[in-house]
Design a binder for this molecule. Structure first.
Ligand code: GDP
Ligand code: MN
Length: 384
C-alpha cells in the first residue's frame, strides 16, 4: 500500500527526520490564513501518482493571494488520473542541493537495499548511474546493519562524493531513521526525493512510503488508514456519479429511490436479521444508465453477498429501473464476470412493464418490501 505524501511525512517526523512546516487542507477557505503564516509557500496536490512536479501539481507561490489561486486550480481537479481531495501547504525551503535516499528491497537478492543518489529531484531517473548501493543482510533490527550503514556513509564522505556542505552525522541519522522506520512499518520502500540541503541542514521535501500489503494484518494503524481511504474514495466517486452513498458494515447492498425509503429499507433489513452494506439513494427520475452505474458501484464493495433494489415508482419509472438492471446484467455476462444475487422490489409507475422486462432475465420481482427484504436476508446467510 502506498501512503500519501502527508502520511509518509508524518511517519518521517515521528522518526526524527526534518520535514518542512506544513498544513493539510481540503478546502480553499483554509488556504489564506496558512499561506499568510508561511509567507512563500509550496502547494502540493496529494495524489498517489508520482511525477507531480512535472505535471504541475507541485507549485510555489510568493504571496498568500498567489497560494490561494494555485489552490483553486488544483483542489477537486483531476491530476494524473486522480481527483485532488487534499493539498499539502508547505513553507518554502531554499534549496542548496538535492539528494536522493531510499531504503528498499533488492528483489533479486531478497535483501534490504540502501540507495544514495547524489542528484535528487524530479529528474532522478536520468542520474541512475550516480546512485550508490548498499546491500544489508536481513530485515531485522541489529547492530550489524546500522554499523554497515554508518560505514557506507563514511566511505562516501571520505571519497568526497557527497556535497561537503552536508553534515555527515545528520546524513547518517537520516538514513538510520529511515531504516528503523522501514523495519517498524514493514516497508517495501522508504524514499526521500529530494532530500534537500538547506541553510538549516537536511530536510525531506518529498517522501514516498510503500507498506507491504502482506504485512497489513499486523500493521493496525496503516490498515485502519487503508480502510478509511477505501471508504473516502467510494464516497467521493458516488458524489461525482450523482447519488448519495454511505458505506456500512454488512453484506446486503441496498439501493432505492428517496432517502426515506432507503432508510426504512435499512431498518427493515436489520429487523429481519440482515446487515446492510450501504445506503444508496439514486434519487427521483433515475435513468437506466444511473441505475446501472449504481449497481456497478455497489458491486465493488468488498464482502457483498446480495443486492437489494427497492423502488417505489413515482417520477421514477419502474421500466427504466428494469432496463438499467438488464443492461448491467448483460454487461457482466459479456465480460464473464460473476453475478451477485439480486432481489428487486418494484411498484408504482410502469410497474407491469418493469416486471415484464425483468422476468425475461429470470429475476422475480417482488411488490412487497417486507417480502423482498426477507428474501435478500436469506440469500445473505447462504453459504457461497
Ligand atoms: P514529485 O514530482 O511528485 O516527486 O514531487 P516533489 O514533492 O518531489 O516535488 C517536485 C519538486 O519540487 C522537488 O523535486 C523540488 O525540487 C521542488 N520542491 C518541493 N518542495 C519544495 C520546497 O519547499 N522548496 C523548493 N524550493 N522546492 C521544492
Ligand atoms: Mn519527489
Amino acid at each position: 500500500m502506498k501512503l500519501y505524501e502527508f502520511e509518509a511525512k508524518g511517519i518521517l517526523r515521528e522518526f526524527g527526520v526534518a520535514v518542512p512546516r506544513s498544513k493539510l487542507v481540503s478546502s480553499v477557505d483554509e488556504v489564506f490564513s496558512v499561506a499568510k503564516e508561511f509567507g512563500s509557500c509550496v502547494v502540493k496536490a496529494q495524489v498517489l501518482a508520482g511525477g507531480r512536479g512535472k505535471a504541475g501539481a507541485v507549485r510555489s507561490a510568493l504571496t498568500p493571494e498567489e497560494t490561494v489561486k494555485i489552490a483553486e486550480k488544483l483542489l477537486k481537479k483531476e491530476v494524473l488520473g486522480e481527483i485532488v481531495e487534499k493539498l499539502l501547504l508547505e513553507e518554502k525551503i531554499d534549496i542548496l542541493n538535492e539528494l536522493y535516499v531510499a531504503v528498499t528491497v533488492d528483489t533479486f537478492q531478497r535483501k534490504p537495499l540502501i540507495l544514495i543518489g547524489l542528484k535528487g529531484g524530479v529528474d532522478v531517473e536520468a542520474f541512475a548511474s550516480e546512485v550508490f548501493k548498499l546491500s544489508l543482510e536481513s530485515w531485522s533490527e541489529n547492530k550489524h546493519s546500522s554499523k554497515k550503514i554508518e560505514e557506507f556513509v563514511e566511505t562516501l564522505f571520505q571519497k568526497t562524493l557527497i556535497d561537503p556542505r552536508v553534515a555527515m552525522e545528520e546524513f547518517k541519522k537520516t538514513l538510520l531513521s529511515m531504516w528503523e522506520l522501514a523495519l517498524k512499518y514493514d516497508c517495501e520502500l522508504v524514499e526521500i526525493n529530494p532530500l534537500a540541503l538547506s541553510e538549516k541542514g537536511l530536510v525531506a521535501l518529498d517522501a514516498k512510503i510503500l507498506v507491504d500489503d502482506n504485512a497489513l494484518f499486523r500493521q493496525t494503524k496503516i490498515r485502519k488508514q487503508a480502510q478509511k481511504r477505501a471508504r473516502e474514495i467510494l464516497e467521493a466517486e458516488a458524489e461525482k456519479a450523482g447519488f448519495s452513498f454511505v458505506l456500512l458494515q454488512g453484506d446486503i447492498g441496498v439501493i432505492g429511490n428517496g432517502a426515506g425509503l432507503v432508510m426504512g429499507t435499512l431498518d427493515l433489513v436489520k429487523d429481519m436479521g440482515g446487515n446492510p452494506a450501504c445506503f444508496v439513494d439514486i434519487g427521483g427520475g433515475a435513468s437506466p444508465d444511473q441505475v446501472k452505474k449504481a449497481l456497478e458501484f455497489v458491486s465493488r464493495i468488498s464482502g457483498l453477498k446480495v443486492i437489494l433494489v427497492n423502488v417505489f415508482g413515482g417520477i421514477t419509472r419502474c421500466d427504466e429501473i428494469a432496463e438499467g438492471i438488464v443492461e448491467w446484467l448483460q454487461e457482466l455476462k459479456s465480460q464473464e464476470k460473476p453475478i451477485l444475487p439480486l432481489v428487486c422490489r418494484l411498484t408504482g409507475t410502469k410497474e407491469k412493464e418493469g416486471q415484464k422486462i425483468l422476468k425475461k432475465t429470470g429475476i422475480e420481482v417482488e411488490t412487497n418490501t417486507e417480502k423482498a427484504v426477507i428474501k435478500a436476508t436469506k440469500l445473505s446467510k447462504k453459504e457461497m
